[in-house]
Unconditional design. Structure first.
Length: 426
């Protein structure tokens, strides 16, 4: 099956002619359905009061929805061109703009269930606030692109597999391994030094990108002669008073997010894990989530974890969320269906892919996940090892899957073609 572009090969470095235009909360993006704001929420960690302010902004300034991104951030769509100042005021009251000069670089993902599921793995949620504070306090860090990603993994390998530029993985004995994208080795440091070490690694990238002169946005875009070396990273850490040693950095398998449902923790505590169909929540669904436990964790798999509940309360709340239209069961057909924005939000899209996905989600079962794309860019495609790829063309949808020849189909034949593709056995 045709594959979307992935990490850039270091044999073919990107040479950029312009700066990063990635949208943010203050830099709105003009889309076909209005302006778009992307609100960075480090680690996806959000308190209920801030969540409710976001819902109010979605209703008053946008289209009444909140989209979840593949980095655990939130997007508001359908915004008016002149609402930027008002939106900034809302976000400031919500505590979501601690450093306006750095708002687009606060891209931090963390293992969503860290400290919640009784796994015995270290709780690394505290790293998020510390790293975010260090980023916002460092003037040089404002030079990172809006696409640069920090991944903080508690050792389960979920967010370590999300192509982070700087990856920090906790070790069971209290240490942490800090590595950069594509590196086979990293630097072992003490857990307390992990957030500061992550910032040092990011500044190392900025220096290498400046020396390369290619305006690289991500570590994978650096040319080979400017690749980040573990030995150099170790030297930089030691110069900052951070002791470490070089260790191998195993390549994690494709990361999976939390399964929908009840997540049992220690001491009778529980959390809820739900998914938003196609990553989109109405403001009413969002308010329901915010009101259950007073805290949310947005996940890079376009889901939400609600922590801090007791067992009986959690079971009742899960039923409420199911009634609200959220995915609460791993067997739900929406569990394995994703789509790009499509029409009317994207001018490049040839179809309203979300409407088409909704029309067929219940009638096209199969073991393979499926992704609907409005054009060949395949935005938001899954990180699974294999999936059914639907791309809108002028002749209909081109449907392909590993080990199966691509086939173009229109309605009403599309359902049968998609079902067959999802059942392809490799």
């Amino acid at each position: 099956m045709p594959q979307p572009p992935s990490a850039v090969s270091r044999d073919e470095p990107v040479i950029r002619e312009r700066g990063d235009a990635c949208p943010g909360a203050l830099r709105l993006h003009a889309a076909d359905d209005g302006h778009l704001a992307r609100v960075r929420i480090p680690g996806g960690l959000l308190d209920g009061a801030a969540a409710l302010l976001l819902a109010d902004a979605a209703d008053r300034l946008g289209d009444g929805h909140i989209d979840l991104t593949s980095r655990g951030n939130a997007q508001l769509r359908g915004l008016g061109a002149g609402c930027g100042g008002e939106l900034a005021g809302v976000l400031e009251r919500a505590g979501l703009l601690p450093a306006p000069s750095h708002e687009r670089v606060r891209n931090i993902v963390v293992s969503p269930l860290t400290g919640l599921d009784g796994s015995g793995l270290p709780d690394v949620s505290g790293w998020v606030a510390e790293l975010d504070g260090l980023l916002c306090a460092d003037p040089a860090a404002a030079g990172l692109s809006g696409r640069f990603l920090f991944a903080l993994d508690d050792g389960r390998g979920d967010v370590a597999a999300l192509a982070g530029d700087v990856v920090v993985v906790a070790r069971p004995d209290g240490g942490a391994l800090v590595s950069t994208a594509g590196a086979r080795q990293g630097v072992r440091v003490g857990a307390r030094d992990a957030p500061r070490a992550a910032l040092v690694a990011a500044r190392y990238f900025l220096d290498a990108a400046r020396a390369a002169g290619t305006r690289a946005w991500r570590v994978s875009e650096l040319p080979p002669e400017h690749a980040l070396e573990p030995e150099w990273l170790l030297g930089r850490l030691e110069s900052c008073g951070i002791a470490g040693r070089i260790e191998g950095a195993p390549v994690p398998p494709p990361g999976d997010g939390p399964e929908p449902g009840l997540v049992a923790g220690a001491d009778g505590r529980a959390a809820l894990s739900v998914l938003a169909p196609l990553g989109r929540l109405t403001s009413a669904q969002w308010r329901t989530l915010a009101g259950i436990g007073g805290r949310l964790r947005l996940t890079p798999w376009r889901g939400v974890v609600v922590p801090g509940l007791t067992g009986p309360t959690a079971a009742r709340a899960l039923a409420v969320l199911a009634d609200a239209g959220l995915v609460t069961d791993a067997a739900d057909p929406w569990r394995s269906v994703t789509a790009c924005t499509g029409r009317p939000g994207c001018a490049k899209s040839r179809a309203d892919v979300r409407a088409d996905a909704r029309a067929l989600v219940r009638s096209t079962p199969g073991p393979l996940p499926v992704h609907w794309s409005g054009c060949e860019r395949r935005c938001g495609h899954p990180r699974a090892a294999a999936w059914v790829d639907l791309v809108a063309t002028p002749q209909g949808y081109e449907v392909s899957a590993p080990g199966r020849a691509a086939e173009t189909a229109r309605h009403p034949d599309l359902a049968a073609v998609l079902t067959a593709a999802r059942s392809t056995i490799q």
